[in-house]
Design a binder for this molecule. Structure first.
Ligand SMILES: Nc1nc2c(ncn2[C@@H]2O[C@H](COP(=O)(O)OP(=O)(O)OP(=O)(O)O)[C@@H](O)[C@H]2O)c(=O)[nH]1
Length: 400
């Protein structure tokens, strides 16, 4: 059930060159490169985004973390999104300063953590709050139940490259084992979205893309909660379905959101700065396609010559920014939510690729031992990703 990538050795980073690229919808020209700041990376605070539909167990998870002794000072931020959520009621842990007359943005909690609620989850708003809060070493951001993590993640990922004091560690999605299949099949909770779709004149959307799909396809870890409400067989069906949507995510089953080993499952995921061979191998094992909307596809190809590196970059830009397959007759619409790749170059270097929606990042590691023997792997999670057509398009583009 679990890729168990944590045991695998992490490739040593040899002064990587980082190019983060983003499509700017406002301008026609190809956007320029955004290069990572080399200043004091140790000062940056990781942020984990916690998503999941209403009632999946997000608050229960945060309560669990905030009462555990994990040795970290965590700032929990709840995205209230206009609803007036009373965090002191929502979080049952005791508030050491409850008598304070001053309405402080942060509530100090018993185990040294702090908690606050915000409407705006922009980077600037969060950094601003952080300045007021004093020291902490981790941020957990709980989104509203209907949030699309694909819209939130890029804000934190990109700002990392712009000298922010926070960096995106990963996305954890909670699902309710009892209701998730209904959410995926019927868009449970997505009634407005479905109505909108029905109103559209030319409905060529294909299978329903629900909020549950978006939350699972972007996840680095999926916590399948409320296992006490389903049978073992039902749980296995749920896990298989999630695995077929997202072959890269770790899956953990829980009751009452209890994740005894927080590290690697909620905290310190390093999902945006590591691409391990074990992760990609697991994703490419050929899990059955059980979901009509989202699949995980893997393209494998031989190591690139130095001259092909630019062609490969052109392929990525075209699929992610223009959403078309270069050098291909296929016009099937597609959207890529998450992408990871390890691409050896014949000179011995290794390209590590990360992508979320239309943003991607390439790290080139110098002279990785045996990288060339690995074979290149590109894993894509998304809608309408036709593996043979993608494979053909990539090979045709590399030949140019
Ligand atoms: N049976 C069962 N109930 C659970 C489990 N985990 C959480 N609950 C209950 O499910 C309800 C919803 O849990 P929350 O943690 O509030 O869920 P949430 O995702 O934060 O929900 P919103 O804040 O509404 O988005 C609460 O009453 C929890 O006590 C579980 O594993 N099994």
């Amino acid at each position: 059930m679990n890729p168990d990538a944590s045991d695998d050795e992490v490739p040593s980073l040899v002064e990587p060159e980082t190019n983060t690229k983003v499509l700017d919808d406002q301008h026609d020209e190809i956007p320029g490169l955004v290069t990572s700041s080399e200043d004091a990376p140790q000062a940056k605070v990781p942020i984990t985004i916690v998503t999941g539909y209403l009632g999946a167990g997000k608050t229960t998870l945060l309560n669990y973390i905030l009462t555990e002794q994990h040795g970290k000072k965590i700032a929990v931020i709840l995205n209230e999104f206009g609803d007036s959520i009373d965090i002191e009621k929502q979080l049952t842990v005791s508030d050491a300063n409850s008598t304070s007359a001053q309405p402080a943005p942060f509530v100090p909690l018993a185990n040294g953590c702090i908690c606050c609620s915000v409407k705006d989850i922009g980077v600037a708003a969060i950094e601003n709050l952080m300045e007021q809060s004093g020291l902490f070493d981790y941020i957990l951001l709980e989104t509203t139940g209907l949030a699309d993590p694909g819209n939130i993640a890029p804000m934190f990922w990109l700002d990392d490259g712009l000298g922010s004091s926070i960096f995106l560690d990963g996305i954890v999605t909670l699902v309710d084992a009892k209701n998730v299949l209904k959410s995926l099949d019927e868009g449970l909770g997505d009634e407005e979205k479905i109505e909108e779709r029905k109103k559209e004149e030319h409905d060529e959307h294909g299978p329903l893309l629900t909020t549950a799909h978006l939350q699972i396809s972007h996840a680095d870890v999926v916590i399948v909660n409320k296992t006490d409400l389903v049978s073992e067989e039902e749980l296995e069906t749920v896990v298989q379905r999630i695995r077929s949507i997202n072959g890269l995510a770790k899956i953990k089953t829980t009751t009452k959101s209890q994740v005894p080993q927080l590290e690697g499952l909620v905290l310190d995921l390093h999902a945006y700065d590591e691409v391990t061979d074990a992760d990609l191998k697991f994703a490419s094992k050929g899990h059955s396609h059980l979901d009509p909307t989202i699949t995980t596809s893997t393209i494998t190809f031989p190591a690139l010559s130095r001259a092909q590196v630019d062609n490969f970059d052109f392929f990525l830009r075209t699929i992610l920014w223009e959403e078309i397959l270069p050098n291909s007759a296929s016009h099937q619409p597609f959207e890529v939510h998450r992408l990871k790749g390890r691409i050896p170059v014949q000179d011995g270097n290794l390209l590590l690729i990360q992508g979320v929606r239309n943003i991607y990042d390439t790290n080139e590691l110098e002279a990785e031992a045996k990288a060339e023997n690995e074979g290149a792997k590109l894993v894509l999670i998304g809608k309408g990703v036709d593996q043979p057509a993608f494979n053909e398009s990539l090979l045709a583009t590399l030949k140019r």
